[in-house]
Design a protein around this ligand. Sequence first.
Ligand SMILES: Nc1ncnc2c1ncn2[C@@H]1O[C@H](COP(=O)(O)OP(=O)(O)OP(=O)(O)O)[C@@H](O)[C@H]1O
Length: 370
Amino acid sequence: MATIAEIKNELGKVLYPGFQKSIVEFGFLKDVEQNADSYVIHLDITSSAPEVEEELKKNISTVLGSIGVSNIAFNIKKPEAPKQQSNSTSGQNIAPQIKNFVMVSSGKGGVGKSTTTVNLAIAAAMQGKKVGILDADIYGPNIPRMMGLRGAEVEIVGNKAKPFSAYGVDVMSMGSLMEEGQSLIWRGSMIMKAIQQLLRDILWEDLDILFIDMPPGTGDAQLTLAQSVPVTCGVNVTTPQHVALDDSRRSLDMFKKLHIPIAGIVENMSGFICPKCGEESDIFGMGTCDDLADQYNTQVLGMLPIEPAIREGGDGGKPVVYCQPESESAKRYMQAAAKLVAFVDEVSEKASNEAIQPTTPAGVSACSSK
Ligand SMILES: Nc1ncnc2c1ncn2[C@@H]1O[C@H](COP(=O)(O)OP(=O)(O)OP(=O)(O)O)[C@@H](O)[C@H]1O
C-alpha cells in the first residue's frame, strides 16, 4: 500500500501539459487524501481547457499505476471556461475585446525593450489605431515612469482595475499594482496567474492593438501569454553587438516554436547621433540585424540610434516620438510603427486567429524541440 508521501513524490513527475514543469513545481497539487477505497488527488489548475484536465488525469493514472495505485479519484478546481470562441492552444481567449496582441520580447535585459514598446505603441496610436500597453515585465516594470505615470493611483471599478491613459494610449503595469521598490521572487505559477490577471482583471477597452512588454528572456510569462490569448505577432528588440544577437536568436526561436508570426526586429542603439552636430557615428555596430532578419524570414522594422533624447524622454516620462516629433529617432519610430501596423493588419486579414495559434498537442511543451 503506497503512502501519501510516496504518491506525492510520484506526482512530482507529472508535467503540466504544455510546460516542462511539474504540477508540484507549479503549486497545482493541493492535497492527496486517502479514503476507505480510493486516493483523492486535489488539484487547482489555471486552464479551463478540457484536454488539459484529460491529459493530467491520464498522466497521473499512469504514474501512480507504476507504483501499484489504481483506485484514484480527482477533485480538480479550474477557472470557468470562457464563453467566447476559443483561439489559443489552451482553449482560452481571455481578452476577446482586443483585436490584436503584439508581444515585444528581447533575449536579454537592458536592450531598450520597454523604450521601444512605448514609442512604437504611441506611434501606432498617432497613426490612428486604438492602442494599449500592458507592462508584463514583472521583474522590472518601468513603463509607468516612461509614460509619466509613476506613482499614479490605480482606479478600481467593480472588481477590475481601470487602465491609465497617457499620450493617447491605455496603459497598465505590474509596476502600478505593486508597491514601489517591492521585489518579488516569482515562481512559475505566480507568473502565470499575474499575466492572466493583467489580461482578465483589467478593464481593457476595445483595442486594435495591445502591445505587451514582456520580461526579458523566454520563460513562463511568454508561454502563459501565448496560451491565454491569440498573439498576432512578435517583435524582437536587440542591440547590434554580436553577443546580443545570439540572445536574440533564442527569443526569435521561441516565437517560431510558439507559432507566433515575427513582425520584425528593432535594432536599438544602432549608431550614435551627436546632439551637438547631429552627425551619426557607429558605436556598437550598425546593420547587423539584416542577416538575422533574413535567417528568420522577417524584416528589420527600424534602426534606432543612441540618442540622448530617447533616454531623457524615457526617464522624464516624455516619450520622444510624441514630445520631440522632429527628432531623427521620432521619425524612425514612426516608420517602424507603420511597418508593424501593416504587418498586424496583414496577419489579421490573412489568417484567422485559430490558424496562427500554437499547435502543440497537450503534454508537449511548446518550447521543446520534440
Ligand atoms: N536608443 C536609445 N538611446 C538612448 N538611450 C536609450 C535608447 N534605448 C534605450 N535607452 C535607455 O536605456 C535604458 C534601458 O532601456 P529600457 O528600460 O527600455 O530597456 P529594457 O530592455 O526594457 O530593460 P529591462 O530588461 O530592464 O526591462 C533606459 O534608460 C533607456 O532610456
